[in-house]
Design a binder for this molecule. Structure first.
Ligand SMILES: [Zn+2]
Length: 209
């Protein structure tokens, strides 16, 4: 099969508007969910170009570390496209918040996505309680307020996991919105923040619009 650069996925070099970035992510996820992903350029030429010209990611993605949902795959993006912050339970702390702020303020990514997912082990651990040895407890503790909100709303049974996943995403959206650096970018209109949830069975990402 002939290999030519014309067959690679090529997004616009600079994506400045949050709307355009969101549209690119939606299109990429539709391709992924349909099993029609495009060929990504991982050539030496592309790598060198990104070093020489610098990275201009179209979005910052905060997502769970779960091995079943790599953002580059599920949004069908390539090298230099996504600035990804991954941590179990997609929760934020000082280090992860610093990464987020770097991506939007320094690299000028116009879109910030906080993405959770169904069947999240970190959420399940927080709901079920029990042993959380070592630093795992810190992750569980960050999700616990969302567990409390859902429990106090009277939700019972297995649907509690789904609800906590949703509330945890919304809680993290609220946390990034409280960052002064991010508030300034929102005020300028150069950044949008959106929550999202990935469904493992369908491969589809639902955006909380
Ligand atoms: Zn997870």
């Amino acid at each position: 099969m002939p290999i030519g650069t014309e067959s690679y996925y090529q997004r616009p070099d600079i994506v400045k508007s949050p709307e355009e970035a969101l549209a690119l992510l939606k299109e990429g996820n539709q391709r992924f969910a349909a099993g029609q992903t495009l060929r990504q350029n991982v050539s030496e030429e592309k790598r060198n170009s990104l070093v020489a010209n610098g990275q201009k990611p179209l979005a910052v993605i905060v997502s769970c570390s779960d091995s079943r949902l790599p953002p580059e795959l599920i949004f069908d993006q390539g090298l230099g496209d996504l600035f990804v912050v991954r941590v179990a339970g997609n929760v934020l702390g000082p280090l992860t918040m610093g990464s987020v702020e770097y991506g939007v303020e320094h690299l000028h990514a116009p879109l910030l996505v906080i993405m959770g997912h169904n069947h999240c082990g970190a959420v399940k651990a927080s709901v079920d309680g029990g042993d959380a040895p070592g630093s795992i407890g810190a992750i569980v503790a960050r999700i616990k307020p969302s567990v409390d909100i859902v429990r106090s709303s009277g939700v019972e049974g297995d649907s509690i996991y789904d609800h906590v996943e949703d509330i945890n995403i919304k809680a993290m959206v609220a946390e990034v919105q409280a960052s002064p650096i991010i508030q300034e970018l929102l005020h300028q209109g150069s950044l949008s923040i959106i929550g999202a949830k990935y469904c493992q069975e369908t491969g589809k990402v639902t955006f909380f619009e």
